[in-house]
Every structure is written in C-alpha cells, then in structure tokens.
Design a protein around this ligand. Structure first.
Ligand code: SAM
Length: 697
C-alpha cells in the first residue's frame, strides 16, 4: 500500500518527534517581479533571495568567507571543511560546487585537494519539490544543470542521521545531517582526540531569528566555538543582535557589510587568535598537519572490509597495499552474491542504526561503481532488483514501515507482491518491499576496487607487526619460486587490520570474536523451474535470490557464465570455524525455504545432491557492533573487522569513517556511534575478560 504523502507526514508527527524527520512544506508565492518563489511553510520565509539567489549566495557566503582565495590556495591533499546551517534547496552547495569546479579547472594543484561540505537540515525538501525549485536555476545557468542532476540523483530518502554523498570526480564530499541543527552539531566530533578536525568556514543560513528564534541558542554558538579554530570564518544574512552577541561570546570578531544586490546589511565573523589560545591544549582543533599526512598504508585482509578500506584511503590520495595470505575474497566475503537489504528498525532509532545508514551509503557507492563498470563493459557491482521481505524474522511490522519514505521501504499490495515474486499461494498482505535493494557481485566489486591506480594487492602471510614512532614495520612470509618460504619486510605509515576473526592473532589488542559458520547453497534451475521460482530476492527465515552468472564469477565459485542460478542462504552455526561443505546445511537452507513457502516444494525436488555450496566464517563481537578505529596506545595501527553477516552493507560507511579519522576529518558517523564501534570500548573488553574468567573456572 503506497501511502499518501499527507498520511506519511501525519504518522511521523504523531511518533517521537526527536530524530523523526518531517519534510518541508513548500508554499509558492509570487514576488514583485512576478516570479514564483518557494517559501517555507514551517518558517514563513523564502528560501533564497527573490532578486538573484545565486548571485547573493556567491556574495554573502562564498565571497564573505573568502572562498575563492582560500580554496585556490589549498595545497595538494589538503581538505577544506564548510559547515552550513540549513541545507534548504541546496543553492549554497551548488554555488560552492560551481566555484570549486572552476577553481579545479584553472588550478591543477587542486587535483588532490578535497572539499568537505557538511550541512544540516531539520525540514528537508521532498525530492519532487527540490526538482521543481531547482529547474529554473538549471535553465538559467546550464553549468549548474549537471550539478543539479547529480544532486537530485543522489538525494537521500528523508530519514534522520547523516547521509554521505560523494561526488568523486570533483573530490567533493557532501554530508547532509537530517535533524535539528543542535543535535547534528553535537554529533560532530572525532573519537581520535589527537587529530581533532575543525570547520574552516560557516554558512549560517537557518532563517533569521525573526522567523526562527529557537534555532539561535547558546548551544549552537558554543558548538561553533568547539568546532572552530583561529581563522575560522562565518557569514550570515542576518545582523540580529542575538546572532552578533552569540558569535562574540564565543570568540568570533564580527563585522557588518552590505549585501550586493539588496543593499541589506549582513554579518561576517572570524574566530580570533585569543579565543583559540584560550582553549585547553587537549581540545585545540588540529587537522593532521600536512607534513604528517600519510603517503601510504597497508591493509591486511582482502575481504569486503579490507577492500572498502583500501578504496576509501586510495580515494584520498594514499597509496595502499592490500596484503592477504590468500587470494582476495577467499574468505566469507567471496559468496557468489551478497544480498544488500537492511534489517529494518523502528524509525525513531534509525539515526543511530548503522545498518540502515550503511545500507543507504553502500547503495550510492555501488551505483557509482556500476557507472565505472559500465564504462569498462564489465559486470555490474549492484544489480538493483528490489527485495521482498516476507516479515518472518524482523523487528518491524507494516505499521512501522509506514513511517519510512517509500523510496527506502514500503508495503506493496498483495497483487503486486504476487506479481513481482511469482508466489501464488503465500499470504503476502504483510510485506516489506525495499526498492533500492539488490544483489552485490563481490567479484565485480573486487575488480573495480583493485583497478584503482592507488591500490596494489600482494599475497603475503603477515607474521609480525611492529609500530615505531615514524612508521609500522610488517614482516611476512611468502612461498618463493622453489616452494620454500621467503621472508619479506614492508614499512607503512599506517596499517589497518581487516582480518575478520584472525585479526586477534595479528594484534592481541583486538578482541577475540565469535565465529559463526554460514553455508550458502545454489543450483542451476531448469527452464521450467525458472518460470516458477521467485523472480527477485526474498527474505524469510532465510533468503533466496535468482541470478545470472557473470564473467569472473567462476574465479571464486562454481558458477557458469550467462547461466541462471538460484541461491539460498544461509546456515548459522555458532562457534564453528570450519569451512567444509556439509550436505545437511544445504538441506537446512532447502527446509527453511519450503517451510516458509510450501508451494515451492513442487518446484524444487528434495534432491539437493547436485547443489553447490560455499561456507564462510562470519565474525561477530559480543555486542554485535563491528570494530572500527585506532587500537589502544597506538598512533598508526587500526582495525576494521567483525562485520558479521552485514559486510557489504556496513563496510563502505565504516571505511569512510576510518579514513576520515586517520586524516583528521569529520566522519559520517556520530561521535556516539564511533564510541560504540571503537575497538577499545570498555564494554567489549569487560565482557571478554568476564567470559575468559568464566571459561577458566
Ligand atoms: N542554504 C539554503 C539554500 O541554499 O537553499 C537555504 C536555507 S533556508 C534560508 C533555511 C533552512 O534552515 C531551512 O531549510 C530550514 O528548514 C532550516 N532550518 C531551520 N531551523 C533549523 C534547525 N533548527 N535545524 C536545522 N535546520 C533548520
């Protein structure tokens, strides 16, 4: 049942207000020149100037933060961070993006510099409204039309939390934090205190206090102070006393000037030396000095965690060597296909739900990879099939699905569910349909990532890791031409251990994790079976999906190119780290399917002797969160492991967070989330010590 928009908004308003997004109510008004202007129904003010919004945005926010000069003066690999209060229609972003593009064309040294645009929005504009608002701008300024198209294509479903949008060709990262500005600002921090990131320029564009008094609280200004350092600038249209006093009280020196077109007064501010010096040394903002910017890194482990970590670092200009004792994807990440479909949570928890945030980011990244694959005429990384969840094993019912934007999750009619799934007898009235979900092709993903010019892969069994003040020295062993073991030493600025359940063996500071064996089964259906089998991925007490073998698949698994296959997953055997193939686990996968969809027993004979299978070991911590971050008492040794069965959904966002922490940039995960993922979190080590003591008794 697709829900009417008004109903969705009402449902949202009646549930927990904090962390539940209510979209902007756009009203169109005619200005003096007869132009239709979008006005915020919540605040009763126009989103941008009626005279010439783009020129004013350039003048007020870009020129008064001296962006043309400051961006042009960035040195290679330097990151410049802008924080905008009030994303609205994205006009300021588009103006900044346009400037950044122009500068990168005329200043080749900016090729490796990065622009990080962080913005927050309490009432985000719905995609349809945004397209309507931005259309005239694209027509007037064709240079912007392409940027508008890219923004609209990546625009996230309107759920609370951070949505990272990467515009990779432009080295531009956009983090849209949906929610109240003070919550979004409070989320921004870094768990790595030695490399605290800071904002270079603030765009204070959250409507004037006359129509939005509650925004401009002391909390906002003290967050600004916490996140700024000497030389950080700010600009705003408003000269209201509350803003002037707020900025001054937090160490900003303010100055009034005139807005170019309207001749109204506006305000600029700069954080003074004094106030920055007043801060205690431990909290003094300090991005990684560029002299310390890592040139290279080693990632140990070529599963999904290692590959995505390598990609995020390589994408920031770091040379990455991926090392593994086996071939890439030899472990649990090498299944024929991975189902990218989140375990949903009630909407008021979604802002802190790593699986949902990770799912949306992964989908965007994999769609970007698909574009690369299309250029190279290689298999798609994500086949966006949509997934139908029969809600057999779930945290969420149809009423809670109503709270979600349809673009992310919805309930479809029984007829449609029958039509897209091919199921005839099953009661499908209660279902969850995930339109952006689909099947990831691990082999294709690996191929795209390892083709990155900054990434090399080497087979090496690491036997020792030694951190010194200036680097990390790794010793590995490798079979030489005469089949005897040769020792090899590699040095790196940073090392990230992504070795799943074996991570603990490489560094004892990484907690020992649960090992959960999972066996996936697949077979080649006959043409007749194919017409009766589910036509898209289904989730029930297990999951199943049809897929066509692609070139490269046979390198990892028994898959025939261009042939249809049908996969069923997966067994769950706690405490088992063997990867032998077991017919009883194929049988379990079969039984789960038939138990939940008995009609398929006439399609699939109970003869599973010809089925193929692959067993892998999922690594899980005791609190179910992965391990992402710097190891205790280390400056250069990191881990990203324990992804459980969700690696393809959460590794991309965790890898971004890890790369940002390493480089002293703001992460797309909140400070609270980073603390929850820290490999040093007390909870985990306490549980672990307790368990170890118990097992000794
Ligand atoms: N910068 C925008 C642009 O380029 O289109 C225009 C921003 S508009 C003037 C102000 C925005 O601030 C509105 O979209 C409004 O919903 C948002 N806003 C107001 N109060 C907020 C709050 N407490 N937290 C986050 N956003 C808020």
């Amino acid at each position: 049942m697709p829900k009417p928009a008004s109903m969705a908004i009402n449902t949202i308003k009646s549930t927990t207000p904090a962390h539940v997004i209510s979209p902007a109510n756009i009203e169109w008004q005619t200005d003096d020149a007869g132009n239709e202007v979008p006005v915020s129904g919540e605040f009763g003010d126009a989103y941008f100037s009626q005279a010439d919004g783009l020129a004013e945005s350039h003048h007020v926010f870009l020129a008064h933060n001296q962006l043309p000069t400051r961006l042009a003066n960035l040195i290679p690999k330097q990151c410049f961070t802008i924080y905008e209060l009030g994303f609205g229609t994205g006009l300021n972003l588009l103006a900044t993006w346009q400037l950044w593009r122009q500068l990168r064309l005329t200043h080749p040294h900016l090729a490796s510099a990065r622009l990080h645009f962080i913005t927050t929005e309490k009432h985000p504009v719905l995609l349809n409204d945004l397209a309507k608002i931005l259309a005239p701008l694209g027509q007037r300024t064709p240079e912007l039309a392409l940027l508008i198209e890219q923004l609209l294509t990546s625009y996230p479903p309107l759920i609370a939390g951070c949505h990272r949008l990467d515009f990779i060709e432009d080295n531009l990262t956009l983090d849209i934090w949906l929610g109240d500005a003070s919550d979004s600002l409070a989320s921004l921090d870094s768990a790595v205190a030695t490399q605290r990131p800071y904002i270079n320029a603030w765009f204070l564009d959250g409507f004037a206090p006359s129509c939005n008094e509650i925004l401009w609280t002391e909390r906002i200004f003290s967050h600004m102070q916490r996140l700024s350092r000497a030389g950080t600038t700010a600009a705003t249209y408003s000269c209201a006393g509350i803003i002037k006093r707020g900025l001054q009280s937090q160490g900003f020196v303010i100055k009034k000037s005139k807005v170019l077109v309207s001749k109204r007064e506006m305000l600029t501010a700069v954080m003074s030396e004094m106030s920055s010096l007043d801060k205690p040394i431990s909290t003094l903002s300090n991005k990684v000095p560029l002299s310390n910017y890592p040139n290279n890194a080693v990632v140990i482990g070529a599963g999904v965690a290692g590959l995505l970590t390598a990609w995020s670092l390589a994408n920031r200009g770091i040379s990455v060597t991926v090392l593994d004792k086996d071939a890439p994807l030899a472990g649990a990440s090498g299944n024929p296909r991975a189902l990218l479909a989140p375990n949903m949570t009630p909407i008021h928890h979604v802002y802190e739900h790593l699986h949902s945030i990770g799912y949306l980011y992964s989908g965007r990244l994999y769609r970007y990879f698909n574009q690369q694959a299309a250029i190279q005429k290689s298999p798609l990384i994500l086949e966006q099939t949509g997934t139908l969840d029969l809600l057999v094993k779930t945290n969420i019912g149809t009423e809670q699905i109503l709270d979600y934007p349809d673009a992310m999750a919805t309930t479809i009619s029984t007829e449609k569910a029958q039509d897209i799934s091919g199921l005839k007898d099953k009661d499908l009235a209660h279902n969850l349909y995930l339109p952006q979900s689909g099947l990831v092709n691990p082999q294709a993903l690996k191929t795209v990532i390892l083709a990155h010019p900054n990434i090399t892969y080497q087979q090496l069994n690491i036997i020792n890791i030694k951190e010194t003040e200036g680097n990390v020295i790794l010793t590995g062993s490798k079979e030489d031409k005469n089949a005897s073991q040769a020792s090899l030493t590699i040095t790196a600025d940073h090392v990230v251990i992504c070795a799943a359940y074996e991570s603990h063996q490489l560094d004892k500071r990484i907690v020992k994790c649960r090992t959960i064996r999972g066996q996936l089964s697949w077979f080649t259906p006959t043409a007749q079976q194919l017409t009766k089998l589910p036509k898209l991925p289904l989730k029930y007490s297990g999951y199943c999906a049809p897929f066509i073998g692609q070139s490269g698949d046979a390198e990892l698994n028994h898959i025939s190119e261009n042939q249809p296959h049908f996969l069923l997953g997966a067994s769950f055997i706690d405490g088992d780290a063997n990867i032998d193939i077991r017919s009883e686990e194929n049988q379990q996968n079969y039984d789960k399917l038939i138990e939940d969809m008995p009609e398929l027993s006439s399609v699939l004979p109970n003869d599973i002797s010809t089925w193929h299978a692959r067993a892998g070991i999922r690594t899980q911590t005791m609190d179910y969160h992965p391990l992402v971050g710097l190891l205790a008492q280390s400056q250069r040794l990191w881990t990203m492991s324990a992804m459980g069965a969700k690696g393809y959904a959460i590794a991309p966002i965790c890898a971004e967070a890890l790369a940002d922490m390493m480089l002293g940039c703001f992460t797309p995960l909140s400070a609270a989330m980073l603390a929850r993922l820290s490999p040093n979190r007390a909870r985990l080590h306490k549980v672990h010590k307790h368990k170890t003591r118990q097992s000794l008794i």
